[in-house]
Design a protein around this ligand. Structure first.
Ligand code: NAD
Length: 272
């Protein structure tokens, strides 16, 4: 039997909360090998051992500050950094035809465009949430929204840890997008991101968002379908960031040999 060659995978932002989790996930696996990691140039982590930072023990791999070098040495790069950094990394992925697995959220229009351009040249998997459960929830949300129609008001509630900088979460927006697709409407026409003061009654067909922040909550999401006399609530509670890291590595392995394109976790997990 032909031996499977381990996939060389890099981690940009390897000193971040997710970055360290990704390093631990890669080190534990036999089908991939950690090729290296980078941090932003002014990070105090530059030059430190990646394994010691991630708590896996010494790996003899130093945190670098040159993503071009890392992309040149990898088949896939995992990216949970910042929107600006992710857009720049997508350009490097396109240049080197390296798979780019993007978990970063809070991207603006310009960054979205940069990723779409890069995806003409290489395989990019992008997901606001890489857990299996959330991707099942996305599929269910679309299906329930399609079945119930706008007699049922949709509200999306999320809670995250106190350090999260963007709101609503990328996952909440993805759930809103799934609900809007189910109803055949454009999310930006019906999204209500906050309510305060005397704002009048709820508009039929709106999709509302509410964001709570506090403690060390990894990520809770509930989609509420509120009708007359009944309410359906679909909830996903994430207890560990490991779920996202496992999903990202699964996406990297899936991307092997895939033609250029922008993919999502539904493609990776075969959810259609
Ligand atoms: P974090 O702040 O702990 O980590 C981000 C890291 O990226 C930091 O160490 C930072 O220094 C580094 N970074 C910034 N710019 C860089 C650059 N140019 N080059 C290299 N490194 C750079 O944040 P976090 O909690 O790990 O989350 C990171 C992102 O991932 C956020 O957008 C978050 O919402 C998202 N996230 C997504 C998922 C998912 O499943 N898709 C799960 C968790 C978090």
């Amino acid at each position: 039997m032909e031996a499977v060659v381990e996939m060389r995978v890099g981690v940009v932002g390897c000193a971040g909360r997710m970055g360290r989790m990704l390093v631990r996930e890669l080190v534990d696996r036999e089908d991939c090998v950690l090729a290296g990691g980078t941090e932003r140039p002014e990070s105090p982590a530059i030059g430190r051992d990646i394994g010691e930072l991630a708590g896996t023990g010494f790996l003899d791999l130093k945190v670098g500050d040159d993503p071009a070098l890392l992309f040149a040495d990898c088949e896939a790069v995992l990216d949970f950094t910042s929107p600006e950094a992710t857009a720049a990394h997508a350009g490097l992925a396109a240049q080197g035809v390296v798979a780019h697995i993007i978990g970063t959220t809070g991207l603006g229009k310009a960054e979205d465009e940069a990723i779409k351009r890069a995806a003409r040249h290489t395989a990019i998997v992008r997901a606001a949430n890489m857990s299996l459960g959330i991707n099942v929830l996305l599929a269910l949300t679309e299906q329930v929204a399609r079945t119930l129609g706008d007699d049922y008001d949709i509200e999306i509630l999320e809670m995250h840890h106190r350090d999260k900088v963007d709101a609503p979460s990328g996952t909440a927006l993805a759930l809103g997008q799934a609900a809007a697709e189910g109803r055949g409407v454009a999310l930006d026409k019906v999204a209500r991101n906050s309510r305060e003061g005397h704002i009048g009654a709820r508009r039929r067909g709106d999709i509302g968002f509410a964001a709570l922040r506090g403690g060390d909550v990894v990520g809770d999401h509930t989609v509420i379908f509120a009708g007359d006399g009944e309410r359906i609530e679909l909830t996903h509670l994430c207890a560990s960031r490991q779920l996202f890291a496992r999903g990202a590595v699964r996406a990297a392995l899936w991307s092997r040999g895939k033609p250029p394109g922008l993919y999502g976790m539904r493609d990776v997990l075969g959810l259609g």
